[in-house]
Every structure is written in C-alpha cells, then in structure tokens.
Design a binder for this molecule. Structure first.
Ligand code: DC
Length: 214
C-alpha cells in the first residue's frame, strides 16, 4: 500500500506520516530528507546551490538510504541533524527545483517504496512520484500556526516571526517552480490542521484508510 501526504513546509507532515506508518505497519518515507541531503552535501563540498549539473551529480552519486526508524543515511552515515540546519533550510528549495536533481532523486524514492509499502511525505508525492497512490492527503495549516509549532518544537518562541518569513519564502519557491511544484493533486483529500492535535489528524487519516466515515 502507498499513502501520499503532501503539503507546505512545517505542516506536520513528518509527524503525521511517521505515526500513520507505525499504526499501519508501513515504512515511513521522508522525501524532503533526500533533497536536504543533496543540499547538505552541496554546502559541504562547495557546490553552489545554483549549479544544476553539480547538484545533480551529487544527487546521482550519494548513497541515500534510511535506517529502521526512517532517518536518512548519507553514504551510510546519519544525515541528522546536519540536514535540518538553517543553512540547508535556506538553500534546499533552490537545489530541489533543478529538474536534473529531481530526475536523480525520484527513482530512489520509488525504489524504497518497491521494497515495502510506505507512507511517503513531501510536495509532489500524489502528483508525480506516486500518482496512483492508494490514498492521498494534502495537509495545510496557516503560516502563523506552522511557524508557532516549529518555534515551539525547537524551543525558540522568540524566533516565530523569522521562522514564519522563512517558511513563506520556501512555500513560494516550492509552489512556483516549473518542475513538480507543490500543488494539491485533484484526488487528494484536503486536511486542515489548524487547532488540531497530531493525534486528531492521525485518527482522521486512519479512519479514512481503514474505510471508516469521517
Ligand atoms: O519537507 P522538507 O521541509 O524537509 O523539504 C525540504 C525541501 O525539499 C522543500 O522545501 C522542497 C523540497 N522537496 C521537494 O521538492 N519535493 C519533495 N517531495 C519533498 C521536498
């Protein structure tokens, strides 16, 4: 079974997808972590984020895999927490917008899913990576709520305004790129998460997947 969860930055996709995968006995596939790994390696090796060919080479050559808990391994080493840095946040949208990078990464995502069923989360899962997914959800929350959650998560509530500005910028870049932009698939169910706990959202999705009525 393949479940696709898309949506803007910090909409809670990872938390929800991880819990849903655990409930259903599926693997959790964090596709954003793969683009973050490429951006991290570009910074590490002085490849400019604007260099499409250089970034694509990294995307092709890096060995990207996941440990049993769904955390990314880059050439066999843990990618966390390096891939979550502010420097990676600032350039990952540019790196992931290169069509050559996406051409290298998407087959790797499909390969992981071939091994076992997945709950995959990202921006283009329901539209491009797994257009025939069994279930598709598009998670949204206001930019203010997403920034508030993210600031609380990293323990820096005083940075909420700066975090919101960075999220908005990333959403703008991710939604307006030519290749595989962030957009809701026609057949994806819109899930508003403002004011909802992660548990409530997971219950709603589980209910849908198990054939219950919302
Ligand atoms: O989900 P995230 O914030 O970790 O994703 C990081 C970036 O990777 C995001 O800003 C855009 C890109 N991305 C993408 O282009 N396609 C995906 N399926 C997942 C992420």
């Amino acid at each position: 079974m393949i479940i696709a969860i898309d949506g803007p930055a910090a909409a809670g996709k990872s938390t929800i997808a991880r819990r849903l995968a655990a409930e259903l006995g599926l693997a959790f596939l964090d596709t954003g972590a793969m683009y973050r790994a490429v951006a991290w390696a570009a910074l590490d090796r002085d490849v400019p984020p604007s260099d499409a060919a250089g970034c694509a080479r990294l995307a092709r050559d890096l060995d990207l895999d996941f440990d049993a808990a769904g955390r990314i391994l880059i050439d066999g080493k843990p990618g966390e927490p390096g891939i979550r840095s502010a420097e990676v946040d600032a350039c990952v949208s540019q790196v992931s917008a290169h069509p050559e990078v996406r051409r290298a990464i998407v087959p790797k995502q499909r390969e992981v899913a071939q091994r076992r069923g997945v709950v995959a989360e990202g921006r283009d899962i329901g539209t491009v990576v797994f257009p025939s997914a069994d279930f598709k959800f598009f998670l949204v929350a206001s930019a203010e709520e997403r920034a508030r959650r993210r600031a609380a998560q990293i323990g820096r509530p005083q940075e909420q305004a700066a975090i919101e500005a960075a999220l908005r910028r990333r959403d703008e870049l991710d939604s307006t790129r030519a290749d595989s932009p962030l957009v809701r698939a026609d057949d994806a169910e819109l899930v508003e998460t403002d004011g909802a706990t992660a548990e409530q959202v997971v219950d709603r999705l589980l209910c849908r997947v198990r054939g219950g009525v919302l």
